[in-house]
Design a protein around this ligand. Structure first.
Ligand SMILES: NC(=O)c1ccc[n+]([C@@H]2O[C@H](COP(=O)([O-])OP(=O)(O)OC[C@H]3O[C@@H](n4cnc5c(N)ncnc54)[C@H](O)[C@@H]3O)[C@@H](O)[C@H]2O)c1
Length: 396
């Protein structure tokens, strides 16, 4: 049987990690790329040995050889490009966050259903092998009944190639910078649209990166009943704010299990990473023990096992698993390919992806309204009519 042919739409920063799931894959082939920046698409195709470069999105969708597209573009385009692809009978994987609001999610879900194609929200954290092991231990009852979850994210980082503001401020604070450069390079164009609310849909931390965390929380402990959040908008560059620090707490549905997710920016902290300089630590408490996952995007604690479990007075370290962040991308791509091949739903389909987005939106709404929000009663807010930068947004 010939291989299924996939096309990447958008050849920016994250596209580089979407290649690995196709390498040496017996079922699928990364057949083509399209980016509105054609020279970038050509460079990308050459670097990764991808046969075809398309001149337009319409050309991709009109190509009968193409089975599916992976949409890797700014958030305001997710809905439109997804619906167009579904109507052309192409399966779709769309990067997180699924869309700007729930109404857009509904249009995407309906388009996929109507045209009989798969819709996957590409969220990779739930495929990260240490998280998968933690989930397996949890479900096997190794720490007893689930009792609570804490998720901690620290971003920025001294000498980081992707936190220009932190670097600048560390310089101003006279911090010793004899440390090696850390993190991968991010083009300024890749950062610019993220601080524009009408293109990104929300802040770069809680709405954008937070989608991973909301998804992982629901993967671990299920649906959420209500949420209460504090989210501060703090200047990172003149006129530009990020949505941190933030503390978000919630209650899971039908059980007395609470959780807390908090984000702290640490400008002068050195965070060792091959990718973004954001470090995550997850703690799951059960009636009998605790599981810690000590890394994900970055590796702040390389001497500590990726997964550690405490039970009955003893610590067990789990080292034997792949734990590079890229491993989660490879597994997530394989889920998309397999879902098409086996005619099954992807792990995070449109409906589930919508619930994750609702958790994020309700958290932001809670912070704005200074009250708890029940997810079942959350409704979309009107979209912004004009482009606003977060910095300007806070002053108006
Ligand atoms: N899973 C993760 O951990 C992760 C990490 C980073 C980004 N992302 C997500 O991936 C997506 C892309 O992010 P990025 O960091 O690669 O952004 P980026 O800005 O680096 O790349 C986006 C690319 O899309 C292209 N583009 C814009 N409009 C287009 C259009 N109409 N048609 C075709 N191409 C178009 C741009 O030219 C650019 O090359 C976003 O949804 C983002 O949230 C996910």
């Amino acid at each position: 049987m010939s291989k299924l042919k996939f096309v990447l739409i958008g050849c920016g920063r994250i596209a580089t990690l979407h290649v690995i799931g196709y390498q040496n894959n017996p079922d699928a082939e990364l057949y083509g790329v399209y980016d509105k920046n054609i020279s970038l698409a050509k460079k990308f195709a050459k670097e990764y040995n991808i046969p075809k470069v398309y001149d337009s999105y319409e050309e991709v969708l009109a190509d009968p050889a193409v089975c599916a597209v992976e949409i890797l573009v700014p958030h305001h385009l997710h809905c439109e490009l997804t619906v167009q692809a579904c109507e052309a009978k192409k399966h779709v994987s769309v990067q997180k966050p699924m869309a700007l609001n729930l109404c857009e999610c509904d249009k995407m879900i309906e388009a996929a259903k109507k045209n009989g194609v798969k819709l996957k929200v590409f969220e990779n954290f739930v495929f990260y092998p240490p998280y998968q092991l933690a989930k397996k231990l949890l479900d096997a009852g190794e720490i007893g009944e689930p009792a609570g979850l804490r998720y901690k994210m620290t971003n920025c980082g001294l000498n980081s190639q992707n936190a220009p503001a932190a670097k600048l401020r560390a310089k101003m604070a006279n911090v010793d910078e004899k440390l090696e450069t850390t993190g991968w390079k991010v083009d300024v164009r890749s950062l610019a649209w993220r601080v524009n609310e009408s293109l990104a849909g929300g802040g770069p931390i809680v709405f954008d990166d937070g989608y991973h965390k909301f998804s992982t929380i629901m993967y671990m402990l299920g649906d959420v009943e209500k949420v209460n959040a504090w989210i501060e908008y703090t200047p990172v560059l003149p006129g530009v704010c990020q949505d941190a620090p933030a503390v978000i707490m919630w209650k899971h549905k039908n059980k007395n299990v609470f959780g807390v997710f908090d984000v702290t920016s640490a400008d002068e902290m050195y965070i060792n990473s091959k990718y973004y300089t954001c470090d995550e630590r997850l703690e799951l408490t059960g009636s009998r023990g605790i599981i810690w996952v000590t890394r994900c995007t970055a590796t702040l604690l390389p001497e500590i096992a990726p997964v550690v479990m405490y039970r009955d007075g003893k610590l067990t370290e789990y080292w034997d698993m792949p734990c590079d962040w890229a491993d989660s991308f490879e597994a997530s791509t394989k889920d998309f390919i397999q879902a098409i091949k086996d005619n099954r739903e992807p792990v995070l389909n449109g409906e589930k992806g919508r619930e994750v987005l609702k958790f994020a939106l309700a958290s932001i709404d809670s912070s704005k309204k200074k009250c708890e929000i029940y997810l079942d009663s959350y409704e979309d807010k009107a979209l912004l009519k004009r482009r606003k930068f977060f910095g300007m947004f806070r002053r108006s």
